[in-house]
Design a binder for this molecule. Structure first.
Ligand SMILES: Nc1ncnc2c1ncn2[C@@H]1O[C@H](COP(=O)(O)OP(=O)(O)OP(=O)(O)O)[C@@H](O)[C@H]1O
Ligand SMILES: [Mg+2]
Length: 376
């Protein structure tokens, strides 16, 4: 097995030559012609893979993923192809760079990934780095529990695993996540704006707040509509991609209204957890959302999963009733827990404070069940 810093997969071309001139000379770099991919890939152990666009990108990514579990893959193309980008990211590609516009930052990016990979002990690596999963919590219906469930999910994930987790609040006008976690933020996601073109792990760690009990990292929203307007879909996409390189799980809390930022986070998501109550209005809203997603080209198949919230005896509909109207997989169900949830909020305290809680409120237990089943 040959150890390498960078493996560039692509045919000889002008693009290939340009890319090679941008890679730091200190890095051990090799070029592999795609026709030798099948036979040669298993003999190489690179820290990062640069894959140049060619025919059969998806199949090649699948092959790389099956042979090279640890190396992040950066895909390089000469044009913007949204559909392809989406498919590649869902296959586990870390980054999609468009040449020549992204050429400037290429060398630095590769260097950062390589130096991080060198510093890490592969044996202690429990999760695939550089390949973090984005889970966006969404619902067309306000007040359906997106913020409560996404904060609780992120916090529980942190308590129940060694994964690196970040919670991102994209309710840019009103915020919300910090109140469920009892945080008084000093910094917000806006602080990333000046450095968005060169986002590093360092920037993310500096700007994020920490939830003191679980040590969950948080990117808090500015709660300022005017400021928020400045942020674009491109900003959201760049932040999420940078987070993929640093974290194992990126939990995004979204508002019900779909603007360009919400759209960016929905497109980038590996999974969309749709929070829904067991009643007719909620199903009606979901139907609207479905047709809107279709119009906007936001895929739901294999991505959208339902999280039944406020489940209890007083629900208008049963799970069976819901299944007659909606066939999405059900990721979890969380009980209606007025006492437990409300007491926490009133005290400004999160629902979990330690890994092995003695007295856990019912909603926290349901959340733990979901998170544990997902981690298996
Ligand atoms: N399982 C539950 N049991 C009891 N109360 C709940 C539960 N889930 C959510 N709530 C309560 O419902 C209210 C709305 O929840 P939350 O703010 O999370 O919804 P949201 O979808 O984020 O709302 P918005 O659309 O305004 O962002 C909160 O007061 C929360 O405490
Ligand atoms: Mg909310």
């Amino acid at each position: 097995m040959e150890e390498l810093d960078v493996l560039v997969i692509g045919r000889a071309s002008t693009l290939m030559s340009t890319i090679r001139t941008r890679l730091p000379e200190t890095l051990k770099t090799e070029v592999l012609d795609p026709s030798h991919l099948r036979s040669e890939l298993k003999n190489k152990q690179p820290k990062v893979i640069l894959l140049l666009h060619d025919e059969g990108d998806i199949e090649r990514v699948a092959l790389i993923q099956s042979e090279q579990l640890h190396a992040p893959v950066i895909f390089i193309h000469e044009s913007h192809d949204f559909q392809l980008f989406r498919d590649l990211v869902r296959r586990g590609v870390t980054d999609y760079l468009v040449m020549p516009e992204d050429l400037e930052g290429l060398g630095d990016r590769v260097e950062t990934i390589v130096s991080r990979a060198s510093a890490e002990q592969p044996k202690e690596q429990l999760f695939k780095r550089g390949n973090g999963k984005v889970f966006s919590f969404y619902s067309g219906k306000g007040g359906s529990g997106k913020t409560f469930l996404s904060t609780a999910f992120a916090q529980t994930l942190k308590f129940e695993s060694t994964a690196q987790v970040i919670y991102i609040d994209l309710n840019l006008q009103y915020g919300g996540g910090e109140t469920f976690l009892g945080i008084e933020p000093n910094r917000t996601i806006m602080d990333l704006e000046p450095v968005v073109e060169e986002l590093s792990e360092h920037h993310l760690k500096n700007v994020s707040e920490k939830e003191p009990f679980s040590k969950l990292d948080l990117l808090i929203s500015p709660r300022d509509a005017e400021l928020a307007e400045r942020l674009t879909e491109d900003f959201v996409t760049k932040v999420l991609r940078a987070c993929r390189r640093t974290y194992d799980f990126i939990i995004v809390d979204l508002p019900s209204s779909i603007d360009e930022r919400t759209y960016g986070a929905l497109i980038e998501a590996d999974k969309v957890f749709y929070t829904i109550a067991l009643d007719t209005p909620s199903i009606r809203v979901l139907k609207h959302v479905e047709s809107l997603f279709q119009k906007l080209g936001i895929p739901t198949e294999d991505r959208l999963e339902l999280v039944l919230n406020e489940v209890g005896k007083e629900n208008e509909l049963s799970k069976k009733d819901l299944e007659r109207f909606v066939t999405y997989p059900q990721a979890a169900q969380i009980r209606r827990d007025l006492k437990g949830v409300q007491t926490g909020i009133n005290k400004g305290q999160p629902i979990r404070k330690e890994p092995k809680e003695k007295k856990m409120i019912p909603a926290a237990k349901d959340m733990r069940k979901w998170v544990r089943s997902m981690l298996k």
